[in-house]
Design a binder for this molecule. Structure first.
Ligand SMILES: *[C@@H]1O[C@H](CO)[C@@H](O)[C@H](O)[C@H]1NC(C)=O
Ligand SMILES: *[C@@H]1O[C@H](CO)[C@@H](O)[C@H](O)[C@H]1NC(C)=O
Ligand SMILES: *[C@@H]1O[C@H](CO)[C@@H](O)[C@H](O)[C@H]1NC(C)=O
Length: 354
């Protein structure tokens, strides 16, 4: 056995120790200080709990309305959804949200790259068929539909929801009888004719651009609260035909929420009755003429008990509004995340336009 002096063993061990220490420092610097190359998508996809985010690509900002892409969790408690408007992520997107009203007539602005096998295209529309073009080529193109109508894969609409317990909701004092807020009117619509006739028999207080009385968002709320009745006239050309079915919008739910009785024109009464109590609103179809309706409104104006009966639903239900369009994007992502089955919407044009 060769003799090695103690001092050499000590020096050897010391340098070994220093070397190991030095290497571990290099490792540490590498992982912590190198620039983070991975994007949010990358890290989400490699989540250690094996729970990767669902990516929803917003192909068009609906009517160019932008919103915060990071609010699904904070606003709607929808987790693991990543919204993006970055078209470079097309090939990894689980869903592509496509707003019908922004599609070019010849479909030329739709995605051109092949659709990945896992990806679903979501057709989104919240305008009535009357106000939306029927485009050839939409059948067998989309996987999922999102609309206010029953029968869509994702139905989103304002609604009344049961309260956890009964509460009284006192109405604000009313300084006005009949009100209407309109930004623009197209002269040949049914609602204009009806309004002109009604206004001869009961004074309607008009607000908005059309009446040269612009109001702010806050004034909008206060104005409706101050009215006994509100004209919830939908923007439709004819009344009560197939193409207006279930098209009941915030024009009706805002007065319900704010304590004015909606006087509705649009879909037929039975359509409204699917979504709101039959004694919570007045339908123009219930009267033979605008004059008859005006007489009825005059009568209610003089009879507080009868008027108050329109609000008995408020004890048990409250109005849930929809947050356009961020809620729609989050719900679309949630749907894609939960529903993994193969699906194609084969007859979109017939289903929507009849
Ligand atoms: C990974 O998924 C878990 C569970 O859904 C989540 O709590 C966590 O924030 C995710 N981590 C990353 C880096 O996305
Ligand atoms: C509503 O009107 C009544 C009677 O005129 C009055 O006593 C009450 O203070 C008013 N309430 C509000 C909220 O303005
Ligand atoms: C989506 O629809 C397209 C078009 O019909 C179809 O080719 C594709 O397989 C569908 N994808 C899924 C995931 O359902």
């Amino acid at each position: 056995m060769t003799y090695i002096p103690k001092i050499w063993i000590i020096i050897f061990l010391l340098s070994l120790f220093l070397l190991v220490f030095y290497m571990s420092q290099i490792e540490w610097t590498k992982t912590s200080e190198l620039p983070q190359k991975s994007t949010a998508v990358h890290s989400a996809r490699e989540n250690s709990s094996n729970e990767k985010d669902t990516i929803l690509l917003i192909w068009f900002w609906p009517f160019n309305r932008k919103f915060d892409l990071n609010s699904c969790e904070s606003k709607f408690n929808i987790k693991n959804c990543q919204l993006t408007d970055d078209r470079r992520l097309y090939s990894s997107a689980d869903g592509v949200l496509i707003h019908h009203r922004d599609i070019a007539r010849d479909l030329s602005n739709l995605p051109k790259l092949p659709r990945p096998f896992f990806q679903k295209w979501i057709w989104m529309l919240f305008e009535s068929p009357q106000n939306s073009l029927r485009l050839p080529g939409l059948d067998n193109l989309f996987n999922v539909t999102m609309n206010y109508r029953q029968g869509a894969d994702i139905v989103i609409r304002e609604q009344l929801q049961l309260k956890p317990q009964e509460t009284e909701e006192p109405l604000k004092n009313k300084s006005r009888k009949v009100c209407w807020i309109v930004s623009n009117l197209n002269g040949n619509l049914a609602r204009v004719k009806y309004f002109n006739e009604l206004n001869k028999h009961i004074a309607v207080e008009g607000f908005g651009n059309h009446f040269h009385r612009r109001i702010s968002r806050e004034q909008y709320t206060q104005t409706i609260e101050s009215c006994k009745f509100y004209l919830s006239f939908e923007n439709t050309h004819e009344r009560s035909d197939h193409t207006t079915i279930d098209y009941i919008t915030a024009k009706t739910f805002d007065p319900l929420r704010l304590g004015a009785v909606p006087v509705v024109l649009g879909p037929p009464r039975h359509s409204y009755e699917k979504f709101i109590p039959k004694d919570s609103f007045i339908h123009v179809d219930d009267f033979n003429s605008p004059k008859e309706l005006a007489d009825y409104l005059h009568m209610l104006d003089q009879n507080e008990d009868k008027y108050q009966q329109f609000f008995s639903w408020k004890k048990h239900f409250r109005v849930i509004m929809v947050n356009w369009p961020v809620e729609h994007a989050c719900r679309a992502c949630q749907y894609i995340r939960n529903k993994k089955s193969f699906q194609v919407f084969t007859n979109l044009n017939k289903w929507y336009w009849g």
